[in-house]
Design a protein around this ligand. Structure first.
Ligand SMILES: [Zn+2]
Length: 257
């Protein structure tokens, strides 16, 4: 038997063994890959490093403040560059732990993380969900959906809906053209990249017009994507659009103005 064939057989055996172990071992912490004792969520150490976003924050953008300025104050960004949506809320800061959670969820098929992430989102967005008529997942282009097999925003929306009872409108928004990944683009480039990309399909206009909606996404970076989505929903007659994400990028500690 040739050396190549032998190493090929070894690789197959190793893969089979790994598969068998995956079934036998307890689930791993999605962030640090240590085995989890109780079987779900994050390990205690990663949990303690996760940065939940709590008040005080800008009532409009949900950006945390370093000190409490009193009720109802806006951040500099909200005044200088008001978004199309009304309010945005995020469960956690997008840091190392949050990014590995999102990465495992999105690219490693860890769909079992959705109920936990959805629970944190429902908690962070409780005032938004209290008076919402429907949840709208940020759509993927069909080609990306086909490659990934699921839309992470729709999965999160489903988990939130199961907790708060607000229904998900699937197909409420459509991505009419594929866009390059936003990674590495400036704020202006991100806004240009998603300009005119989202549309409410004619057959779903009745589910949007006059409704109070909450857009659902996994990560908010510059806000360009959810802003373009909100514009499309408002153009189709939505009464009110809020945004709820799992994690948001927080550039630095900011004070109110
Ligand atoms: Zn961990």
């Amino acid at each position: 038997m040739s050396r190549t064939m032998l190493s090929g057989k070894c690789a197959t055996a190793r893969a089979a063994l790994r598969l068998a172990l995956d079934f036998a071992l307890p689930p791993l912490c999605p962030s640090c890959r240590e085995p989890l004792g109780d079987g779900i969520g994050l390990c205690a150490s990663c949990w303690s490093r996760l940065s939940l976003i709590e008040p005080p924050y800008c009532v409009r953008l949900g950006i945390p403040f370093v000190f409490d300025p009193g009720a109802g104050l806006l951040s500099m960004e909200a005044i200088a560059n008001p978004p199309a949506y009304d309010r945005a809320r995020a469960a956690v800061r997008y840091d190392d732990v949050a990014s590995s959670l999102v990465h495992q969820f999105k690219y490693a098929d860890r769909l079992d993380l959705a109920p936990m992430m959805g629970r944190w989102m429902a908690r962070a967005g409780r005032e938004l969900l209290a008076d919402a008529n429907a949840l709208i997942p940020v759509p993927l282009h069909w080609r990306r959906l086909w490659a990934r097999r699921f839309n992470q925003s729709a999965t999160l929306a489903g988990a939130i809906s199961a907790l708060c009872g607000v229904p998900v409108v699937h197909g409420g928004l459509k991505r009419v053209r594929a866009t390059p990944q936003q990674v590495g683009l400036s704020k202006t480039e991100r806004a240009d990249n998603v300009q005119g990309v989202f549309r409410v399909p004619g057959e779903n206009k009745a589910k949007i017009a006059g409704r109070r909606l909450v857009l659902i996404d996994d990560v908010l970076t510059s806000g360009a994507t959810v802003d373009a989505c909100a514009r499309a929903l408002l153009r189709a007659g939505a009464a009110h659009v809020d945004v709820l994400v799992f994690a948001r990028v927080v550039a630095s500690a900011r004070g109110p103005i």
